[in-house]
Design a protein around this ligand. Sequence first.
Ligand SMILES: [Zn+2]
Length: 153
Amino acid sequence: MGATEETFLTPVVPMDYTYNYRIGPYMTRYLEGFKERKILGSRCPDCKKIAVPPRKYCGVCNKVMEEMVELPQEGTLENFTVGHVVMEKGGRLSPAERPYVLGLIKLDDNASLLLHRVEGVDPGKVEAGMKVKAVWKDQVEGDYEDLDHFEPA
Ligand SMILES: [Zn+2]
């Protein structure tokens, strides 16, 4: 059968979503803390919840959070997922070299959950409730990648 008016074409159009945005004063403080291997959060003056990474407004009561607090390097893996694909530059997905664990980590009872990669544990054996600790790159420079991953504590 040849093409008719009803035939569909399926063009694939690669898109480049590269854009720049200002990270603002709160993320700047967070990344400045990385230079000293510190994990900072902002604490609400009202409900005392801590946002990590820090942000200006409390997600619970909408108060402006000005106080910065240092969080412990160890916490509890509250939940996780096992990843099998990685996103490359340009947004293209490809199979991961090996399955990896993405965890939601609680560093303080009052702190929000920090999303980070968890290494050093078999993805088939990872469990919620595990204690994990931060592992930094050898050289830290105030970059988002300085906090390399978490591993079992
Ligand atoms: Zn609050």
